[in-house]
Write a protein that binds this ligand. Structure first.
Ligand code: ATP
Length: 440
C-alpha cells in the first residue's frame, strides 16, 4: 500500500498583459510557492482594504512559457508509471472558465505539439506495452460526460445522431461492498494508440459545447476519460487491473460573475452545485476524525470517490489565469488546491486471479492429486464401481449388520466411492424401516 497526499500543481495560463501580479519561488525543502501581490490601486474605483498578498504552496508551479511536453513529463508520466504497475491514478484539472483545463488535459487543436495529457499518456502507455514483451496488456476506454448532474456516454455510437436527452443516461450503481459501477457507460477495447485516439476524438466531438460571455467555446460539463488497463504475465493466473481517470472539470467560476441567464444560468448553477459538493467532500476529507464523507451528494463525487481519499494516486492541476480581472477567481482556485493537498489517499496494488485460468489451474491440480492418491492407495478411482464391487459391498454390509458382536467393524479401505456406497445402503435401510413402522 502506498499512502500519499494528493499532489497539487499550478499552471499559469499565458497572458499578453505585462503587469505581473504574481511571483513564484521554488525551494528544495518546502516545494514551490505562488504569491499574488495586489497593489492598492488595482481595484478600480474602490479603496482596496483587502489583504495585499496571498501565498500558496504547490508541489510545483508551471509558469506561462511551459510547454505541453514538460507538463506531461512532470505531472502525467509518474502517474502513468504507477498505473502501469497496477495502481489506480487520477489527474484532474480545476480552474475557472478559460484558464486552460481542456488545453492541459486534452490539448489544443492548432499544433501537434499542443497535444495534452490524454493523447500523450495514450502514446506513452502503448509505447511501454510494446517495449515489455514479458507481459500481456489489454486496454479499454470509457468517456463520461456529466452535464447538469446527469451522466452521458460520450462513446455511445448514437451520440452524434441523437439529442443529448434522448441518450441512455449513465446510472450509478453501488454493490454491497460499496463499490461504484456505472450502468450504460460503454467500455471500448482499444488495441493500439490509433484506436484509442479515435475514441478520444469521437468523445471530444460529442462533448457538449456552449458559449458563455467569458469563453467562446466553453465546456459546461465535467468530462472523465478513463483508461482501464489489465496486465498479465503469460501463463499466470494473476492479473493486475488499474484505472487512470483524466478529468476535465467544468469552469469553477462563481455564478454572479459570468452574467448568464436562461439555460446557461441553469448550467452554471448545476456546475456550481456539483463543484460545491466536490468542495464539501474535500473539506470533510481534510478534517480529522470525520467519519461521514458526503460522496453520494453528486454524480461527480460518486464517480471520483476512489480518487478522493481512496484507493488511488491522485494529482490535481490548478489552472490559473493571472489577468487582473481574474485575480479573485485565481485566488479561490489556489485556496481550493490547498485544501485538496491535505487529503490522504491509500493506493493498493489491484491484483486479482483470473477465474478461467484459476479453474484450469485447479483442474490440473485435482488431476495430479488423484494420480498421487492412486499411487499411494494402489487404487484407480476415476471410474464408477462395477456391478461386482457393488454386490460384494452389499454382502459386506449385510454381514456387518447381522454380526451380534457390537465391536465389529466395517473394513472398506481408503476408497471414498465404497464408503459412500455403504452409507447410501445404510440410509435406504433406515428409511425402509421407518416406512414399515409408519404403515403398522
Ligand atoms: N498554456 C496554454 N498555452 C496556450 N494556450 C492556452 C493555454 N492554456 C489555455 N490556452 C488557450 O486558452 C483558451 C481557453 O482554454 P481552455 O479551453 O483549455 O480553458 P478551460 O479552462 O478548459 O475552459 P472551460 O472551463 O470553459 O472548459 C483556449 O483557446 C486555449 O487554447
Amino acid at each position: 500500500m502506498v499512502k500519499q497526499t494528493i499532489q497539487i500543481f499550478g499552471r499559469i495560463k499565458p497572458t499578453k498583459k505585462t503587469l505581473a501580479v504574481y511571483s513564484m519561488d521554488h525551494q528544495e525543502e518546502t516545494g514551490a510557492s505562488l504569491e499574488f501581490v495586489i497593489p492598492r490601486d488595482l481595484v478600480d474605483g474602490f479603496i482596496n482594504n483587502k489583504r495585499e498578498c496571498y501565498k500558496f504552496r504547490f508541489q510545483k508551479v508551471f509558469d506561462q512559457h511551459v510547454k505541453q511536453d514538460e507538463i506531461f513529463e512532470e505531472i502525467a508520466k509518474p502517474v502513468a508509471e504507477s498505473v502501469l504497475s497496477g495502481y489506480n491514478g487520477t489527474i484532474f484539472a480545476y480552474g475557472q472558465t478559460g484558464s486552460g483545463k481542456t488545453f492541459t488535459i486534452t490539448g489544443g487543436a492548432e499544433r501537434y505539439s499542443d497535444r495534452g495529457i490524454i493523447p500523450r499518456t495514450l502514446s506513452y502507455l502503448y509505447e511501454r506495452f510494446s517495449q515489455d514483451s514479458s507481459m500481456m496488456y489489454s486496454t479499454h476506454i470509457s468517456y463520461l460526460e456529466i452535464y447538469n448532474e446527469v451522466g452521458y456516454d460520450l462513446l455511445d455510437s448514437r451520440h452524434e445522431a441523437s439529442r443529448l436527452e434522448d441518450l441512455p443516461k449513465v446510472m450509478i450503481m453501488e454493490d454491497p461492498e460499496q463499490n461504484i459501477h456505472l450502468k450504460n457507460l460503454s467500455l471500448q477495447q482499444s488495441a493500439n494508440e490509433e484506436e484509442a485516439l479515435n475514441l478520444l476524438f469521437l468523445g471530444d466531438t460529442n462533448r457538449m459545447i456552449a458559449e458563455t460571455p467569458m469563453n467562446q467555446a466553453s465546456t459546461r460539463s465535467h468530462c472523465v476519460f478513463t483508461i482501464h488497463l489489465c496486465r498479465r504475465e503469460p501463463g499466470s493466473a494473476t492479473l493486475r487491473r488499474s484505472k487512470l481517470h483524466l478529468v476535465d472539470l467544468a469552469g469553477s467560476d462563481r455564478v454572479s460573475k459570468t452574467g448568464l441567464d436562461g439555460m446557461l444560468l441553469t448550467e452554471a448553477k448545476y456546475i456550481n452545485l456539483s463543484l460545491h459538493y466536490l468542495e464539501q467532500v474535500i473539506i470533510a476529507l481534510s478534517e480529522k476524525n470525520r467519519s461521514h464523507i458526503p460522496y453520494r451528494n453528486s454524480m461527480l463525487t460518486s464517480v471520483l470517490r476512489d480518487s478522493l481519499g481512496g484507493n488511488c494516486m491522485t494529482t490535481m492541476i490548478a489552472t490559473i489565469a493571472v489577468d487582473k480581472r481574474n485575480l479573485d477567481e485565481s485566488i479561490s482556485t489556489c485556496r481550493f488546491a490547498q485544501r485538496v493537498a491535505l487529503i490522504k489517499n491509500e493506493a493498493v496494488l489491484n491484483e486479482e486471479l483470473d477465474p478461467a485460468l484459476l479453474i484450469a489451474r485447479l483442474k490440473r491440480e485435482i488431476l495430479s492429486l488423484r494420480e498421487e492418491l492412486a499411487m499411494v492407495t494402489g487404487d484407480q478411482r476415476d471410474e464408477q464401481l462395477t456391478a461386482e464391487e457393488i454386490q460384494r459391498l452389499d454382502e459386506v454390509v449385510n454381514v456387518f449388520l447381522n454380526d451380534p458382536d457390537p465391536d465389529v467393524t466395517l473394513s472398506l479401505g481408503p476408497d471414498m466411492r465404497k464408503i459412500q456406497h455403504c452409507f447410501f445402503l445404510l440410509k435406504s435401510m433406515i428409511l425402509d424401516k421407518k416406512r414399515d413402522k409408519a404403515r403398522l
